[in-house]
Design a protein around this ligand. Structure first.
Ligand code: GLN
Length: 425
């Protein structure tokens, strides 16, 4: 299609009846679909056809939705612009000439363009929220363990969750309701009812913020571009006009979040991606009697530059002489970030910040500068480190480019962020 949002267009039918009957739900191409290729945006898996459905795919089908296609993405979810895809970049339908954000850029783009009603993305360090913000739609990253990861091709297991993307908060909440809940195939799933809540997420989208206290972490606003900050504060005014109050809070640890996130994510990625050996999965390097040679050749051919960079850095960070220096330190920082959020939620109900400190890059602008790309994740990665739920809602434009507000809740506090978000979009 026009924006290159789909890697594979198809039509996977769902049950005749259900809460999503008559709805199309596009699915990110790192979620397994039985009989339909699942590439992860990688040449390595260009021909890979899974023999089973991911749990979230099964649930969406059982709810009556039709899946119109598998959406384009940064290779294995590694990126913030959807430009590391082996299937070409995606153009942002809300900002022509600009990236849609990433890594679930295809999912956000097909929703923004009206080529699907709803979509599933995955969020390891912001990959649902960033493209939602850049494309002017809504995205939710659930509490770690609320949604099954069974059938999600792993990038960094301890950080990622599947999340909905939709034009409105109410629709995103409805899709979350369908995919959430324990799964015997994923031992890291948790039952929300054991954590003081239920699954009536759609009903929470009632826009009632009367008496809600909103904390604004200074560290996550200061670094944002001026136009982004303006739209952010205008949205805070809207929440206050609807009965909420706001106060400044401090999360001193978040200045280390991007570094800690990338050490952990790359470490987990280097381990997860070891399975692409050209024998069990992936393009074959051609067997000539030497295993190492075959392994190296298939990875040389099958992986793109960003994936190779991360496998190398992750392997280095986990290696015997260095893991105390990098991986252990990153885990300590992760614990500190978690504590900071815990203490903030002792005084406020939700936290608000710009989703992205920047507006969508022009196509091609950030590819040569990975550091610039990594730093754009400053506001989203702390949430994954702390395993918390967050939503991105559109709050206007600056210079014609969409701006998103991120609302973060305590663990299993999906209803609070849905309620707050629904007062805005
Ligand atoms: N941009 C981040 C990264 O490249 C987040 C990606 C994601 O959430 N999958 O790792």
């Amino acid at each position: 299609m026009e924006h290159n949002g789909y890697i594979t267009e198809t039509e996977i039918g769902g049950a005749a009846n259900g809460p999503l009957a008559g709805t199309t739900v596009a699915v990110k191409d790192n979620l397994s679909t039985e009989g339909v290729r699942t590439t992860c945006g990688s040449a390595m898996l260009a021909e890979y056809v899974p023999p089973f459905d991911a749990t979230v795919v099964e649930r969406v089908k059982n709810a009556g939705a039709t899946i119109p296609g598998k959406t384009n993405m940064d290779e294995f979810g590694m990126g913030t612009t959807t430009e590391t895809s082996a299937f070409g970049p995606v153009e942002n339908p809300a900002a022509p000439g600009h990236v849609p954000g990433g890594s679930s850029g295809g999912s956000a783009a097909v929703v923004a363009a009206g080529d699907a009603d709803l979509a599933l993305g995955t969020d390891t360090g912001g990959s649902v929220r960033c493209p939602a913000a850049f494309c002017g739609v809504v995205g939710i990253k659930p509490t770690y363990g609320l949604v099954s990861r069974y059938g999600l091709v792993a990038y960094a297991n301890s950080l990622e969750q599947v999340g909905p993307i939709a034009p409105t908060v109410a629709e995103a909440a409805e899709l979350l309701e369908v995919i959430a809940g324990p799964d015997s195939q994923d031992a890291t799933t948790r039952d929300a009812t054991d954590h003081g809540t239920d699954y009536d997420f759609a009903a929470a989208a009632d826009g009632d913020v009367d008496g809600l206290s909103v904390g604004v972490p200074t560290e996550l606003v200061e670094g944002a571009e001026e136009g982004v900050r303006e739209q952010f504060w205008a949205a805070i005014d809207d929440l206050e006009a609807a009965g909420a109050t706001h106060e400044a809070v401090s999360l001193p640890s978040v200045e280390h979040a991007v570094e800690a996130y990338y050490v952990i994510a790359m470490g987990e990625a280097s381990s997860n991606l070891a399975r692409y050996d050209g024998v069990r999965y992936g393009v074959s390097g051609g067997y000539e009697g030497d295993w190492n040679e075959t392994f190296a050749r298939s990875r040389e051919e099958g992986f793109g530059e960003e994936v190779k960079r991360r496998v190398l850095l992750g392997t280095y960070a986990l290696s015997a002489g260095y893991q105390e220096k990098y991986y252990k330190k990153a885990q300590d920082a992760r614990a500190w970030v978690q504590q900071d959020f815990d203490s903030a939620f002792e005084t406020v109900d939700v936290l608000a910040s710009p989703t992205m400190p920047v507006t969508p890059f022009e196509l091609g602008e950030s590819l040569d500068d990975p550091l610039k790309m990594y730093l754009a994740d400053a506001n989203t990665t702390p949430v994954n480190l702390a395993n918390l739920p967050a939503i991105s809602v559109p709050v206007g434009e600056t210079d014609g480019l969409p701006v998103g507000m991120q609302l973060v809740g305590p663990a299993f506090g999906e209803k609070a962020i849905i309620r707050a978000g629904s007062a805005l979009a």
